[in-house]
Design a protein around this ligand. Structure first.
Ligand SMILES: C[S@@+](CC[C@H](N)C(=O)[O-])C[C@H]1O[C@@H](n2cnc3c(N)ncnc32)[C@H](O)[C@@H]1O
Length: 292
């Protein structure tokens, strides 16, 4: 009998339903992820299991289904369902100037290094809806470095990239973003960067003049050439150890000598075989520099 569980948060917290069999549930999940990979090319097989499981059950619940296998059947026959599932699995939570001390540190410790480069290539891997990219464009603009920068912003999910390209963000988050911007060392009026349009804040298109948004999958796609800075924040946390290691390899190959790698607050290079290839620029803000 296929495993059945209802209730969105029930997955982690409630008692298992009658017939619950963790081994069978795992098998169903593995089969679904294998099917998604083989049919659509999205490879979630090495994502952290607990998180994937929670997300799958959320989608099962939302679709009024009963089992992982039922979801698998629907996903394989309905690409619109795959699009919804992709949004669930890719977890797109983000914010402008997220973790303001990170941007403060970046201004303080990384910007002086960047001033020594005639041309700067920045890769935002897993950029979601683009808030992080606009934040970096603003920072580089204020530091007088934007003109010589090219930002490549990538994500697995085309839907979020389309939102990023629009440059429109929810108006009701502008107060939070203004506070983040000031805490991050911003010195202008944050409202200079956008105009209010109905429910949205439209950011100045000139901030995007040196940005390229593109779909890129960290699991299956190749490295980028000669990056000066790679930011991959709050993405590796969803991957299992082996996949994290693959992605560290990708970043190592993509960074130019003395290039800078920035990870999320809960991520690090510890226990990676690439750990010794970097020096730590900021242990707290997870900023590293490639030294060998
Ligand atoms: C939680 S968001 C982080 C957004 C931003 N970096 C930040 O810190 O605010 C994680 C992003 O990683 C993307 N992602 C997940 N798996 C990916 C993969 N295999 N390749 C590229 N991006 C991926 C998701 O689509 C999502 O937009």
């Amino acid at each position: 009998m296929a495993v059945t569980r209802r209730g969105s948060d029930a997955v982690a917290l409630s008692t298992p339903p009658i017939g619950y069999d963790p081994a069978l549930e795992r098998l169903e999940i593995e089969l679904l992820l294998e099917g998604v990979y083989r049919h659509y090319g999205f490879d979630f097989r090495a994502y952290a299991y607990a998180s994937i499981r929670r997300r799958l059950w959320r989608r099962i619940e939302a679709e009024g289904l009963e089992t992982v296998s039922a979801l698998q059947a629907r996903v394989l026959h309905d690409s619109a369902m795959m699009e919804r599932l992709l949004l669930d699995l890719s977890i797109n939570v983000t914010a402008m100037f997220r973790d303001p001390p990170f941007y403060q540190r970046f201004r303080q410790d990384v910007v002086p290094l960047l001033r020594t480069y005639p041309f700067i290539r920045v890769w935002h891997a897993g950029c979601s809806t683009g808030e992080e990219v606009f934040s970096m464009a603003i920072l580089l603009e204020e530091e007088g470095l934007y003109e010589r920068s090219r930002i490549y912003a990538t994500d697995i999910n085309e839907v979020v990239l389309e939102k990023a390209r629009s440059g429109i963000f929810p108006l009701d988050r502008m107060q939070e973003y203004t506070e983040n911007y000031l805490k991050a060392g911003g010195t202008r009026a944050f409202s200079e960067y956008y105009t209010a349009r109905y429910e949205g804040a439209l950011f100045s298109p000139s901030l995007m003049r040196n940005v390229v948004f593109a779909q890129h999958n960290l699991v299956t796609d190749r490295s980028f050439a000669e990056c000066t800075v790679i930011l991959c924040r709050n993405v590796l946390i969803y991957f299992d150890k082996s996949l994290q290691e693959r992605v560290h390899g990708l970043f190592y190959e993509s960074l130019s000598p003395l290039g800078v790698l920035a990870l999320g607050a809960k991520e690090s290079l510890r226990f990676s075989k690439y750990e010794d290839c970097y020096e730590i620029v900021s242990p707290k803000e997870k900023i590293y520099r490639k030294i060998r």
